[in-house]
Design a protein. Structure first.
Lengths: 261, 396
């Protein structure tokens, strides 16, 4: 199950096997070194409708390089074993159903996974997946968006497990940074109703934004596209990737420490 | 067993297909759309406005034309052509766009987006946006922008912005992904006029209902039940529109024709129903062409059929045995395109040519059947240049 007592914290997102299996493992080393309690690992899908250009591209490059589900489980297992921290998988409903709910969850658990995030699995469709996850001691993460109506916010938040994923923007991943009264209200509503930690994601880019998010009452932030852009800029060498990840995430993790919980 | 016309259920399921697999951000808009749609479906004023637009703007009812020269050539049943090509803008797509734009106005939406493959749906959407004074953005795969240049120009003339999509295979699937991403970011102000019976609930139900005018008219025009109704299936909207009014008439055989492309090799065809397996794409559980859970590449010379998924209700009709799904390849579609032009004076869309081709190959096999209806879903002007290019390649 997803750790519940490590907050405030930064949860980084990586595309599995990108820019290469070795580059991915180097990224995980970097994020573990700066003290992230766990990481999100995206199993690439051909049609990621909730993702912006950065994650679309890392996903399609990973697939072109030959990543498949079997390799995703293997690499995730290696990454969690080497880093000593667990993973939460993020992927689209088709891949989960394609393998079969039970088998997917079992293999994820065996790979050191503690939770699953499926951005195109609506709350209404989530029950069978949640059952399968829980059978294998995994959490299924739920989403709240700025467009989620007040009553539904309470309902989804009350049923949330692992952590509650707040989508900070109207839009796909990697968009402009989010802040302001709308996000504040979303965080307030979520915290009031959720028994689990509340994390903010989509468009989180820098330490100041992380501080704002924590000040607004959230337990942490998820950083994906901005991190992947740093990895891309670092090139293909494992050591440079590891260093780039450390240098980018370090200040974000420090921002968590600098903000009273 | 629930009557066939009663689907979907409250969760938007057609049996085990359909549903709503979307990011949370879209949930509120889909719920609102469903509520409003259920309200207008019962609202006489809305229905009267839609009927009047279908008549005075689109030119409905479209004729049911007897094709006596094709009958002679094929040797079999009487052949009736449902002339959706005679709709304003040249295809059945306008039926759905008129319904949805009126609905979008009720929802107070100020901007319209759409995806398009062949460009027919893009043109129909651009047309209703011009008529109702709404800004319009159409996503179109870059490959389709090339194949369907005439329609790109038509959309621009109508005031729409055409955004070429460079991801994936640069065809309809990729355009749909991009339209959905736009919608996730703009859902408060924007309505997404989806072009076929695909996508999350309530789109498959709503688009089917707006297209059902096709089959309703056939019933009235023929005055008796046909033995067989044949339509091409891309996403499946012209087929759903002509089939749905007949699904509970057991004597009527229904045949959906998918694009067989170049071969039965994965990647070279669009046979979602006849060669795919259940999966989840663009918000619905449905038959899908996929490899290890990744959506496959597809091929058809007909851009409007070049799609790896299909409307969830077709998946349901397939599994229940109510509709038979067959396929026709590129070459046979071109042959039918030429045959129909020469025999009947109708240049049909390459999409529709797939339905013609199946009828041409099979008419002689059913000596007991008397009346066949083919859905001539659109006109082929948009395809003339591509067919010329392809037949020159063959001849040179
Ligand atoms: C003339 C025509 N027929 C058929 C189709 C396929 O769509 P559907 O299967 O939704 O009718 C298209 C799509 O562009 C089209 O333009």
């Amino acid at each position: 199950m997803i750790p519940q007592d490590t907050y405030p914290s930064i949860v980084p997102f990586l595309t599995c096997g990108w820019p290469s299996p070795e580059g991915f493992l180097a990224s995980v080393r970097g994020l573990a070194k700066v003290g992230c309690p766990y990481f999100e690992v995206g199993f690439p899908f051909s049609d990621p409708i909730a993702d912006g250009p950065t994650i679309q591209l890392t996903s399609s490059e990973a697939l072109e390089a030959g990543m498949n589900l079997k390799m995703c489980f293997e690499l995730t297992a290696q990454a969690t074993r080497e880093s000593g921290i667990p993973a939460v998988a993020m992927t689209y409903a088709n891949l989960v159903y394609h393998l079969g709910l039970n088998e997917f969850c079992q293999r994820l658990k065996e790979a050191g996974g503690e939770g699953l995030i499926v951005p195109d699995l609506s709350f209404e469709e989530s029950e069978p997946v949640k059952e399968a996850c829980n059978r294998h001691d995994l959490h299924l993460v739920s989403f709240l968006a700025p467009t989620t109506a007040a009553e539904r916010r309470r309902e989804v938040a009350a049923a949330a497990q692992g952590f509650l994923y707040l989508v900070a923007v109207r839009g796909v991943t990697g968009g402009a940074g989010a802040s302001g009264p709308e996000l504040q209200q979303l965080i307030t509503d979520a915290k009031a109703a959720a028994a689990c930690p509340v994390l903010v994601g989509f468009g989180v880019r820098g330490p100041e934004q992380v501080m704002d998010i924590l000040k607004a009452g959230a337990d942490g932030a998820i950083v994906g596209s901005a991190l992947l852009e740093k990895v891309r800029a670092a090139g293909t060498d494992g050591a440079s990737i590891e260093k780039a990840v450390e240098e980018f995430l370090g200040p974000l993790v420090q921002a968590c420490g600098a903000t009273p919980a | 067993m629930q009557a066939l016309k009663q689907w979907p259920d409250a969760r938007g399921r057609f049996g085990e297909f359909g549903g709503r697999f979307v990011p949370e951000t879209l949930h509120a808009a889909l719920t609102q759309l469903e509520e409003q749609y259920r309200a207008v479906a019962q609202d006489e004023e809305f229905q009267a406005e839609l009927r009047s637009e279908l008549k005075d703007f689109s030119g409905r009812p479209t004729p049911l034309t007897r094709a006596t020269r094709l009958e002679k050539a094929w040797g079999g049943p009487r052949i009736w052509l449902k002339r959706e090509d005679l709709n304003h803008t040249g295809s059945h797509k306008l039926n759905n766009c008129l319904g949805q734009v009126l609905l979008a106005r009720r929802l107070g939406k100020k901007r319209i987006i759409a995806e398009t493959g062949a460009g027919q749906h893009g043109v129909a959407t651009a047309t209703v946006c011009a008529r109702y004074g709404l800004p319009c953005v159409v996503y179109m795969g870059a490959e389709d922008v090339r194949r369907q240049a005439l329609n790109v120009y038509r959309m621009r003339l109508l005031g729409a912005e055409v955004r070429p999509v460079e991801s994936g295979a640069k065809t309809l699937k990729d355009a749909t992904n991009e339209a959905m991403r736009d919608w996730v970011a703009t859902v408060d102000s924007t309505h997404y006029i989806i072009g076929s019976v695909v996508g999350p609930h309530p789109f498959p139900m709503m688009v089917r209902d707006f297209q059902s005018v096709i089959g309703e008219e056939v019933k009235e025009q023929l005055g008796r039940l046909p033995d067989r109704v044949i339509a091409c299936v891309g996403g499946g909207s012209n087929a759903a529109g002509i089939f749905y009014p007949f699904v509970e008439d057991e004597s009527v055989k229904l045949v959906g024709v998918e694009a067989g492309g170049l071969s039965s090799e994965i990647g070279e065809h669009c046979r979602s129903l006849s060669a795919g397996s259940p999966g989840i794409l663009h918000g619905a559980r449905t038959y899908l062409l996929q490899t290890e859970g990744q959506v496959s590449a597809t091929h058809s010379l007909s851009a409007g059929l070049d799609y790896p998924g299909v409307g969830p209700e077709h998946s349901f009709w397939k599994d229940s045995g109510r509709v038979i799904y067959e396929s026709v390849g590129d070459k046979d579609a071109i042959k039918a395109f030429q045959e129909v032009a020469r025999c009947e004076g109708i240049i049909a869309a390459l999409e529709s040519s797939h339905a013609y081709a199946w009828a041409s190959q099979n008419a002689g096999k059913f000596p007991d059947e008397k009346d066949w209806v083919i859905c001539s879903s659109g006109r082929g002007d948009k395809d003339v240049a591509e067919v010329e290019r392809l037949t020159e390649e063959v001849n040179s």
